[in-house]
Design a protein around this ligand. Structure first.
Ligand code: ADP
Ligand code: TRP
Length: 322
């Protein structure tokens, strides 16, 4: 039994890249492991400046997790800001973090390159993430490939703290599933809330179909043989299809006679079918947001006990408890 932990930013509507890269691998762990799953609203505020949207996205992310099968009785499930101890640990860890480490962060550099107005929160983002992970002595952290460097930074910070003050933190390992490491969006780039190229799990049928029809492909005609391995439609299809369905579509791509319109319709149908059973649960939860808030507050209460314990030890080791 391992302690598994991961968080997700409520910076927009969650999408199938988030689902396959992070949510599904997490939910699968709740049966046989100790699972810590949370919504990182402090991290989201580094880029999302609209209060109403942050509030709504936070609750919606929780609703998505619960609808997709996360069971709050089998895991620790909370919102980051409900555990204020995280901020204190973040400060303490920032004093064991070299500037060079933060300057090398590719996600920070990417954001600058994209012209996002920077702020100190964006820069110290990896320290807060390290606090999230180290606070709970997580052993394994399931994430998409883009988060690998953040995990390396966390390990470096933990090592620096341990060397200064004595063994305190476990060094966490990232868990990255190669087959879902980078799910492509409708434009073929990594699917991301910040690129406007997402397909969401619970989108209404009509907009869902419209989006799928917009997926970028090459311009081969119906009769021509097509390469499934370079096609965004096929890449998405195989993530939801059975091995037989995947083999069948692959064959039809290679044979020719299959238009991209048909492939897209099949992708639309399989996504609709896959998430169909979760829709009713989502609707029920969305209609009763107070019950969701209650689940989150209870989750935070349970989780906080662990945070208090770690912080007590850290305060003692670092001399903050005078
Ligand atoms: P986004 O890029 O949409 O803002 P986040 O950075 O909040 O997503 O990522 C949340 C989690 O989902 C992370 O573990 C991340 O690695 C994973 N994830 C996000 N997009 C993808 C993707 N396209 N493919 C695989 N995993 C992804
Ligand atoms: N940086 C992560 C992301 O953008 C979110 C995150 C914050 C996280 N704290 C974490 C992920 C702790 C794993 C563990 O996806």
């Amino acid at each position: 039994m391992a302690r598994i932990l991961s968080g997700i930013q409520p910076s927009g509507q969650l999408h199938i890249g988030n689902y396959l890269g992070m949510m599904k691998p997490m939910i699968e762990q709740q049966e046989n492991n100790e699972l810590f799953c949370f919504i990182v609203n402090y991290h989201a505020m580094t880029t999302l400046k609209n209060a109403e949207e942050l509030r709504r996205n936070t609750l919606e992310a929780a609703i998505d997790f619960l609808a997709l099968g996360l069971d709050p009785d089998k895991c620790f499930f909370w919102v980051q800001s409900d555990i204020p101890e995280i901020q204190e640990l973040s400060w303490i860890l920032s004093c064991s973090t070299s500037l060079g480490l933060l300057e090398r962060s590719t996600s920070y550099k990417d954001k600058i390159a994209k012209g996002i107005t920077t702020n100190a929160g964006l820069y110290t983002y990896p320290v807060l993430m390290a606090a999230d992970i180290l606070m709970f002595q997580a052993e394994k952290v399931p994430v998409g490939k883009d988060q690998k460097q953040h995990l390396e930074i966390t390990r470096d910070i933990a090592t620096a703290f341990n060397m200064t003050y004595g063994e305190t933190f476990i060094l966490p390992e990232p868990v990255i599933r190669e087959e879902v490491a980078i799910i492509p969006g409708i434009d073929g780039q990594k699917m991301s809330k910040s690129y406007g190229n997402t397909i969401c799990m619970f989108e209404e049928e009509k907009p869902l179909r419209k989006k799928i029809m917009k997926i970028v492909t090459d311009s081969k005609g119906v009769e021509e043989s097509k390469n499934p391995d370079t096609c965004n439609v096929f890449q998405l299809y195989k993530l939801f299809a059975s091995p037989d369905q995947t083999a069948d579509l692959r064959k039809r791509y290679l044979e020719g006679g299959l238009g991209y319109g048909t492939a897209k319709t099949e992708l639309f149908e399989i996504i609709l079918e896959y998430f169909g059973p979760y829709r009713a649960k989502r609707e029920a939860l969305a209609a009763d947001p107070d019950s969701v808030r209650k689940i989150l507050k209870q989750g935070a209460e349970k989780t906080r006990e662990i945070a208090e314990k770690t912080l007590k030890e850290v305060r003692k080791k670092s001399g903050i408890n005078y």
